[in-house]
Design a protein around this ligand. Sequence first.
Ligand SMILES: Nc1ncnc2c1ncn2[C@@H]1O[C@H](COP(=O)(O)OP(=O)(O)O)[C@@H](O)[C@H]1O
Ligand SMILES: [Mg+2]
Length: 398
Amino acid sequence: MDAIAPQDAPILIVDDDAIIRSLMRASLESDGLGVIEAASGEEARAICASSVPSLLIADVVMPGIDGFELCRLLRARPETAFMPILMATGLDDVSSIMRAYEAGATDFIVKPINWLLLNHRVRYILRAGRAFDELRQNQDRLIAAKDAAVAASRAKSEFLANMSHELRTPLNAIIGFSSIMRDAMFGPLDPKYAEFSALIADSGNHLLAIINSILDIAKAESNQLLLKEETVDLARIAGFSMSLVGDMAKKAEIDCRASIAPNLPPFFADSPKLSQILINLLSNAVKFTPPGGRVRLTIERHGDGDLAFRIEDSGIGMSADKLPLALSPFGQIDSGLARKYEGIGLGLPLTKRLIELHDGTMTIDSEAGKGTVVTARFPAARFRPVDAASSLVRRIAG
Ligand SMILES: Nc1ncnc2c1ncn2[C@@H]1O[C@H](COP(=O)(O)OP(=O)(O)O)[C@@H](O)[C@H]1O
Ligand SMILES: [Mg+2]
């Protein structure tokens, strides 16, 4: 037999027939259940208003508020909206049974009452009622936790966006004036001062790049990063991106080359963002490849017409279990040695978002010690001359 928790509220019996009430009470009490009685619908309603019973067993036909009406009134109040209600009806009275369910009854028992069956039914309903209560509470908790997480994430993104903006303003002066001094625009400067000015300008530019990535990732996370799409020349974008990482590759003694499929048709995309994708992936490839290594950029169309950027390196690679870290904002893999690589861990998550904004996917194939292949794949549908009007339609439909 189920143990009924002692803290369980009592069962309320409402019936205008005192004999039925006392028989029911005796039957339930013999099972260790607590019972209170009401002689009318009005009385039952008043009791429920002050404390919610674990179960209500209600007679249907009563003077004043009858069982159906009582059921409806209780269901309308939040405190008793989910309280189990057992209606006592005649079995042959199908329409009463239906009305009982419609009024919100949990179940019904047949009159004249089979006492043994009543106790079983009551225990079952109490158990089910507790299970439902727990489910409802868990659901409420989950919804509250999700709402809190969403609000916190939004607050964080807004904070980052505002902060980044505020930080950029004074940097304009720092970078601007230190560059003027470095370039000796107003006359010669002691060489030491010129060197320091160059350092200030470089550090300022570095800080600006970091702040810009933070701003971008904050925008991406709050879905404020939008594409300015146009028809772009992929070969030109690839050439530009390669030239930007070229210096870095030469200094690091890395053989960095691109192979771009000839005659690629015009591609519809956000040109600066495509460059950013390539620069981020290429600079990672160069950065995480030791001297003497190799970096290859391949741009080609797959059999199904999709466009693929493939960035391959012979560098330090990543083990599969570290990939989620590499993809998370500010996530960087500790290579065991003291950190000798520059960066703050925003490149990959941002690149992934930029690719996805273009309806593409990013995959990383990597092996520790062997190297890495990152592939960005974009749908073939982007190979089409799209005019401004249909781009607007796309945007609205999207
Ligand atoms: N091509 C690569 N080879 C090896 N490790 C990589 C490569 N690209 C990224 N990673 C790892 O993923 C981390 C996150 O990359 P990223 O988001 O671009 O940040 P960052 O370059 O600023 O460190 C890097 O710190 C590095 O540990
Ligand atoms: Mg990077």
